[in-house]
Write a protein that binds this ligand. Sequence first.
Ligand SMILES: [Cu+2]
Length: 168
Amino acid sequence: MNKTTTAVRGPINFLLLAATLLAGSVAHAAELEVIDPWVALSPPGAHATAAFMELRNAGEQPVDLVAASVDGFQVVELHRSIEENGMHRMVQQERITVPAGGSVELAPGGYHVMLIGAESELEEGEVLTLELTLGDGSRVSVEAPVKRREQAMGGHGHSHDNGGGHEH
Ligand SMILES: [Cu+2]
């Protein structure tokens, strides 16, 4: 029995090791899972909107999201919406850290990827490619459909009862 087990395990261990070595910096990207990315449909005439998603880190090290880019927008920034003295405002973030074995939600009212300077009006159902840059320089591309806020937030288990359609 023991012999068989060893014989099988040997090559598998070797393959895992080889994969880890080959992957190099990409290993971090592979540990970061991007769940349900979406872009909010902006009101007609607005040239800024935001992208939302959940980031999950299966790895043993924290992963930083440090930058993002989206074709069709002049400026893309990482933001966090905060409430201060009863006023909503957005603060640019140098990074959004996803803790080891944890997750961070980018959602209306909190962290978001701010998309500024749209070159053309977004359409519902259009799919944008977001390129996320991580702290180790690796990149993750995700496809994010454009959705109405109400639609995107229904059925996701998010509880946003303030209905603030313009805060992101
Ligand atoms: Cu913002």
